[in-house]
Design a protein around this ligand. Sequence first.
Ligand SMILES: C[S@@+](CC[C@H](N)C(=O)[O-])C[C@H]1O[C@@H](n2cnc3c(N)ncnc32)[C@H](O)[C@@H]1O
Length: 300
Amino acid sequence: MFTQSAHLYDAIYELRHNFAAEAARLHDVIEQRMLVGRRTLLDVACGTGAHLPHLGRYYVVEGLDLDAGMLAVARERNPTVPLHRGDMVTFDLGRRFDAVVCLGSSIGYAKTVSRLHQTLANLSRHVVDGGMVIVEPWFPPETWEVGRLTADLVDRPDLKNARVLVSSLEGTLSVLDIHYLVATHEGVERFSERHELGLFTHDEYLAAFEAALLDVTHDPEGLIGRGLYVGTRRSESPRRSAGAVKRSPAPSSLPPGATSPPDSRLSRSPSAFGDGPSASTPLRVDAHPLPAWPPLPVCR
Ligand SMILES: C[S@@+](CC[C@H](N)C(=O)[O-])C[C@H]1O[C@@H](n2cnc3c(N)ncnc32)[C@H](O)[C@@H]1O
């Protein structure tokens, strides 16, 4: 976890992420298939809340994360946004949102297939029928490179930071032993953190979505080339037969007049920020009570 490095996260990740562009792309994905007028969004494992100011252009946003240090940074950046501390596997906010997203490969921290299913069930339980669950995955096992060297170097006047790691594998877990060497005006510190993330297969993601009452499509490119799983929640009855994975978009959630993308790959039209409501646009926020838990899947 980022227990010791929360204060460095933004300096490192801003080097290789454009959070504004990612939020705009996500908005495109949501807009293509969600009913007009649906406007509440929960960012699960929001970290330092870097996507929230941009998603806040389009939605009434809230965030959730397990790590208090990450949430502290998120609160500084998003002082008016409700931010909750909780575990994505088990949290219970007692209400539903129009969209729930889990970005930045945070889903990998579920670690096991069983917890992946529990997490998807929990995310699904927090969206309205016809609402969306969107997950940016971690690497599948076949693309994980053991022994790969990674370095992120921050070179600012007020901060010099080297973050290096050698990727490894323990069973089905990708392991990142991350070493930091940090210089600020207060001095130099060094420390390390161990991160363990589950390497779930494409089929395991699809099965977890399906078991969580989510019709799922997969965009292989996604926000930054890691792909994106996009689920639309169907109502609990009548139940679809187990294992029936729907790979094409769910047209039932599209607004009247909209057409569904031609195949399971989502269209990637860019979107400008100006499309969304301005900060002063009043947004209707509906309170949606939570449905009962979907039955937990039997996992291998
Ligand atoms: C790589 S960061 C991604 C943060 C953010 N979504 C982004 O894209 O910048 C992973 C985040 O997942 C959070 N996390 C890990 N396990 C979690 C769990 N079980 N429940 C909630 N958050 C978790 C970490 O605290 C961290 O903030």
